[in-house]
Design a protein around this ligand. Structure first.
Ligand code: G4P
Length: 526
């Protein structure tokens, strides 16, 4: 197969959802279709049980399990699908944000009872930054949920994306009869079953056909005819290019646990979802079909065993062919790197592979050379952009509790930050170190790992901070002046970029108003 054919064959995506909406269930059904698993229940939820929420060791163990399911590859109708898993627990949201930088599209699951929830909103913000194409799956139609029109309105207003239903539900909850596929003009009748693999579809080019009344009842048939008329009148025709540009999200309705509506979504997905696309670097745009390999690291998973400092770095291949044992340019590092242990994840199995292509994700065993955001190439010096850090939500000051182990503490902090466990900011004044995270759990993780792996003892003292904003200005003089006058609140991130540490929302607003020439950014790339 040519490189171009390999690329056209691949779809790399993630499922995003608020916990409990049905991500794990949908993943499992997709894997069943791909023949990657044989039985339901084979996919472990990476959701953290409420009972073990405070026990982060348990969580890390579960995360350990989830390494195996971090990427699930399978084939469906000659398409190689790479599904990237995202952590369920919101304290690991930063992990999810980064994973989204490595995909070409997203399927968003929404619970029809709960509608758009907070985690979905946050994840969608990240998708919007990169104009990631989104397909929306409205789940749990076997339950009494909200009115479908309301749900669509909510997606548009809360998530800021236009929608276009490609299927439409007939009834809901106990009265759920099935969905009508507006795209293929097919009626898909619902029979609750967790086992069946194919839908019961019937083509209905003309909904006026009286057979419809017999199949779903005259009341439902009348309602469906009205709904379809309304939808076709209100929504413009589905334009695949608008979907590919991230402007419009096609919507499907179904019930993942009953394996209903999943197959038809998957069939549409492989037709419309993008194959690997070009990606930006600091130098130029890189096309996937370029013969020379390039890729970037978006996730690092540490081994919890302190005797083995092994880590698995997840590489997204962006162009060319990646080959095992070939030396590659580590753009951020001092020397070329070659990898003898290259893993690809096929559903539940890991296998050592010799080559991989754009869109593929491979796991590289690494002893500490690689960090998140690093670029690997077959020669060229360039760095992939679009893998930013996001402003954390919780800040704590690092207090060294063992002066004899200062070096160890610094090394430990540096390495943990490279893994993306949290972000470190160092204040200009007094060199105070502040760790920022999206969840409380990370502090326990860091404290434990510092002790366990680096023999350093640190405490984390609460700080009254609201946001870390990266700052810039076209006017260097103004920026210098700002840094001077606000020096108590100025810190540097890991790349020595200037950061303004704002204590409260209202105060940040006031500072922004007072300094119109300074730009405040909530992500590290701007
Ligand atoms: P998540 O990964 O997004 O967190 O969600 P997950 O798939 O684990 O699903 C959350 C719960 O919703 C599960 O129930 C699951 O069975 C249920 N669910 C998923 N799809 C549907 C659906 O189409 N209809 C209905 N009625 N329920 C659905 P649970 O009770 O938490 O777990 P379980 O014991 O049933 O596995």
């Amino acid at each position: 197969m040519t490189l171009k054919e390999e690329i056209q064959k691949r779809r790399t995506f993630a499922i995003i959802a608020h916990p409990d909406a049905g991500k794990t269930t949908l993943t499992e059904k997709l894997l069943l279709f791909g023949g990657a698993i044989q039985t339901a229940g084979a996919v472990k939820s990476n959701k953290i049980d409420t009972a073990t929420k405070s026990d982060w060791m348990e969580i890390e163990k579960q995360r350990g399990i989830s390494v195996a399911t971090s990427v699930m590859g399978f084939e469906y109708k000659d398409i190689k699908i790479n599904l990237l898993d995202t952590p369920g627990h919101q304290d690991f949201a930063e992990d999810t944000y980064r994973t989204l930088t490595a995909v070409d599209s997203v399927i968003m699951v929404i619970d029809c009872v709960k509608g758009v929830e907070i985690q979905t909103e946050k994840l969608m913000e990240v998708c919007r930054m990169r104009n990631t194409p989104v397909i929306c799956f409205i789940n749990k139609l076997d339950r009494e949920g909200r009115d479908p029109y309301d749900l669509l309105d909510e997606v548009e207003t809360k998530l800021g994306i236009s929608v276009r239903p490609l299927s439409w539900p007939i009834g809901m909850g106990k009265g759920f009869k099935g969905v009508y596929n507006l795209y293929d003009q097919q009626l898909n009748l619902f029979t609750p079953s967790q086992r069946k693999l194919s839908d019961d579809r019937q083509v209905f080019e003309n909904l006026d056909d009286p057979q419809l009344d017999g199949l779903i009842g005259p009341g439902n048939a009348k309602q469906l005819r009205e709904d379809v008329d309304l939808i076709e009148g209100v929504y413009p025709d589905f334009d695949v290019n608008e979907y590919l540009e991230g402007k419009i999200a096609p919507v499907f309705f179904g019930s993942a646990v009953n394996n209903f509506g999943v197959n038809e979504m998957l069939d549409t997905f492989i037709k419309i979802a993008p194959a690997p696309k070009s990606r930006e670097t600091d130098v130029r745009e890189v096309k996937p079909e370029e013969s020379k390999f390039s890729g970037f690291i978006f996730k690092i998973h540490a081994n919890m065993d302190p005797n083995h400092r092994n880590r698995i770095a997840f590489l997204r291949i962006c162009s060319g062919k990646f080959e095992r044992n070939k030396p590659y340019n580590h753009v951020h590092g001092a020397k070329p790197l070659r990898f003898s242990n290259v893993t690809q994840f096929m559903a539940q199995d890991k296998e050592i592979i010799d080559e991989a292509f754009p869109g593929d994700i491979v796991g590289l065993y690494d002893t500490g050379n690689l960090k998140i955001g690093d670029t690997l190439t077959d020669g060229e010096n360039m760095v992939f952009t679009g893998i930013p850090s996001f402003s954390p939500e919780i800040f704590r000051e690092v207090v060294n509790k063992d002066a004899m182990k200062t070096k160890q503490l610094e090394k430990g902090l540096k390495q943990l930050m490279e893994e993306g466990v949290a972000q470190l900011f160092t204040f200009d004044i007094g060199s105070r170190k502040v760790v920022g995270t999206v969840g409380q759990l990370q502090f326990e993780v860091i404290q434990f790992r510092l002790k366990n792996e680096y023999n350093a003892t640190a405490e984390f003292h609460p700080m009254n901070l609201y946001k870390a904003c990266w700052i810039s200005s076209k006017d260097k003089k103004q920026l210098d002046e700002f840094v001077r006058s606000k020096n108590r609140y100025i810190a540097r991130d890991k790349d020595d970029k200037l950061v303004f540490m704002a204590e409260s929302k209202s105060w940040l607003q006031m500072v922004q108003d007072n300094y119109p020439d300074i730009e405040f950014h909530f992500t590290s790339e701007f």
